[in-house]
Ligand binder design. Structure first.
Ligand SMILES: Nc1nc2c(ncn2[C@@H]2O[C@H](COP(=O)(O)OP(=O)(O)OP(=O)(O)O)[C@@H](O)[C@H]2O)c(=O)[nH]1
Ligand SMILES: [Zn+2]
Length: 352
């Protein structure tokens, strides 16, 4: 029956539910994202039983809570815990002001499948990875998912379909086209800027650029994104051909709100990698398969890739795009980005 939602559609719906503060049902548990949870819903969840707070191993490490379930901690929630208590565990903004949150007790028995799926869903909704779960029967109207299905779907690759394309003369290259691609799972659209008419049977000068609102649009001095974007387009304009993929993976996949949380932590003295970890994220949450998929869709099988990130090269090669050449993309340092660039070189393996 084609009118029943598919798994992709149900997962997408669940993501939207969590973002607006509506719980979802995962594997017989009611699951609510702490970031968007209201006091009324918290009271109703507590009335159903004893909830557990699912946190990533990264967040648990900062909070000195034991993570027994391989990268995941299920924290016991005391009976008198209120929204403020939950938010303080979810959000590291106040960690330095109020360091002692514990002692926190974590579950070791029982199945952590629903908790793992709920955290993966919260991350994919670009919310703080902190979800309250309680065993319950599904109240009418909530989105219902099985943990295995959620995890399998999120680990899979969304199919991207071309939606529209048109000529777009740029300062860097007058002969340019912008192509829009839309995933079939309700996720973010991604863009391809095709410069000139690159032959499909030769390695194309290519750049996989992850969105950076602060750098690309505002001209932030904290990172190298804006100058990299302009330098890549200029190089392609000069060469007369190239393709720049503009991937909407803001903040290395954690979203702009979480990136600003990470910046606030950087103001407290943490570096870009530590900040992501304290928030409960990995330092890079991007899915680089999207770039390989788009290049293939555009008809390319080899790229001269403009990047300093060896992981991008490896991921393309692992997903069917040969990279015969890496073209370095080094932009000027300033006093605001020099620490960031050093951290990328030291901790993330960037070749700078
Ligand atoms: N979470 C987080 N994301 C950041 C920070 N600074 C920049 N970003 C994001 O990092 C990404 C940088 O993307 P890219 O320049 O494509 O990637 P890269 O891994 O640096 O690799 P190359 O530039 O190709 O060498 C963008 O999505 C930015 O929004 C930060 O401090 N924290
Ligand atoms: Zn940036």
């Amino acid at each position: 029956m084609s009118l029943i939602p598919t798994l992709a559609e149900t997962v997408s719906r669940a993501r939207a539910d969590l973002r607006m503060g509506l719980p979802v049902m995962i594997g017989g548990h009611l699951a609510a994202a702490v970031e968007t949870l209201s006091a009324e819903r918290l009271a109703d969840i507590k009335a159903l039983g004893r909830p557990l707070l699912a946190l990533t191993g990264r967040r648990a490490e900062t909070l000195k809570a034991r993570a027994y379930d391989d990268g995941l901690a299920r924290v016991q929630v005391p009976g008198d815990a209120d929204l403020g208590w939950l938010r303080a565990l979810a959000d590291p903004a106040g960690d330095l002001m109020t360091p002692m949150k514990g002692p926190l007790f974590t579950e070791r028995e029982g199945d952590a499948g629903p908790h793992k799926a709920a955290l993966a869903l919260a991350k994919s909704a670009q919310l703080l990875p902190a979800v309250l779960l309680v065993p319950a029967h599904a109240p009418a109207g909530l989105t219902v998912l099985a943990p295995g299905q959620v995890l399998a779907h999120l680990a899979g690759e969304a199919a991207l379909a071309p939606v529209a394309s048109a000529r777009l003369p740029l300062m860097a290259a007058e002969r340019s086209r912008l192509h829009i691609f839309r995933p079939d799972d309700g996720g973010e659209e991604h863009y391809a800027i095709e410069i000139g008419d690159p032959p499909r049977d030769r390695p194309v000068l290519a750049r996989l650029h992850s969105a950076c609102f602060t750098g690309d649009v505002l001209g932030s001095l904290k990172c190298d994104c804006g100058p990299q974007l302009q330098a890549a387009l200029a190089a392609m304009g000069q060469a007369g051909a190239g393709v720049l993929l503009y991937l909407n993976q803001e903040g290395r996949g954690i979203g702009l709100a979480n990136k600003m949380r990470a910046y606030a932590l950087q103001n407290q003295g943490f570096d870009t990698v530590e900040a992501n970890h304290r928030l409960g994220f990995e330092d890079d949450e991007r899915d680089f398969r999207i770039g390989a998929g788009l290049l293939k869709r555009l008809g390319f099988s080899a790229a001269r890739l403009m990047t300093n990130n060896p992981r991008k090269v490896a991921m393309l090669e692992g997903h069917g795009i040969a990279v015969p050449e890496r073209v370095p993309l080094v932009t000027p340092r300033n006093r605001f980005n020099t620490g960031y660039l050093d951290t990328k070189a030291e901790k993330s393996g960037h070749l700078l």
